[in-house]
Write a protein that binds this ligand. Sequence first.
Ligand code: FMN
Length: 185
Amino acid sequence: MNTFLELVRQRQSVRRYDPTRPVARAAIERCLEAARLAPSACNSQPWQFIVVAEPAAKNRLAAAAFGGVFATNKFAAVAPVLIVVLREKSTFTAQLGGWVRGLPYNLIDLGIACEHLVLQAAEEGLGTCWLGWFDGRAVRKALNLPRSAQPDIIIALGYAASGDVRAKNRKPPAEVWRYAPPAAK
Ligand SMILES: Cc1cc2nc3c(=O)[nH]c(=O)nc-3n(C[C@H](O)[C@H](O)[C@H](O)COP(=O)(O)O)c2cc1C
């Protein structure tokens, strides 16, 4: 792995984990540190990360999160670590700016922090999968969180069962970026 772009190319959603390989606490904490250092609107840092690594607690969380219609994400139960990401309120200024612009800055901020975490995991040789499809109410209950808590994302973390890197399925460059034409004189 040499460049940042190579890291980005190799990062992929991992849906098959090796359950026999635990993740060292130091590696988990480097991922959390990368998330902690993420930028945010008005430096609000509107996030909390709850690391669920103890097997019984993790299994209870997975059973709650991925039941019923959310069962497509049951694969995540095999990951040795699940990180529940809570969205918090932005600072007053960021909320005001977001209201004027019609933008939930705290949601943008959360996404940036999660991707920092996921890219640090890739740097560590760890696999991850962002999970947005889960039973939020059941997650709150499993973790004894107040009703006001907003578990927006779960990140599955662990070593991938296979080292294969899939080809990326992405829109071609011409569909996603362009240079603005020169300003009219
Ligand atoms: C906000 C968000 C929510 C996602 N939710 C899920 C999910 O619930 N289950 C899942 O298997 N993948 C989920 N993904 C992963 C995407 O499906 C995946 O990133 C996308 O298909 C591109 O594939 P890649 O990550 O392998 O490059 C989510 C990704 C993001 C960013």
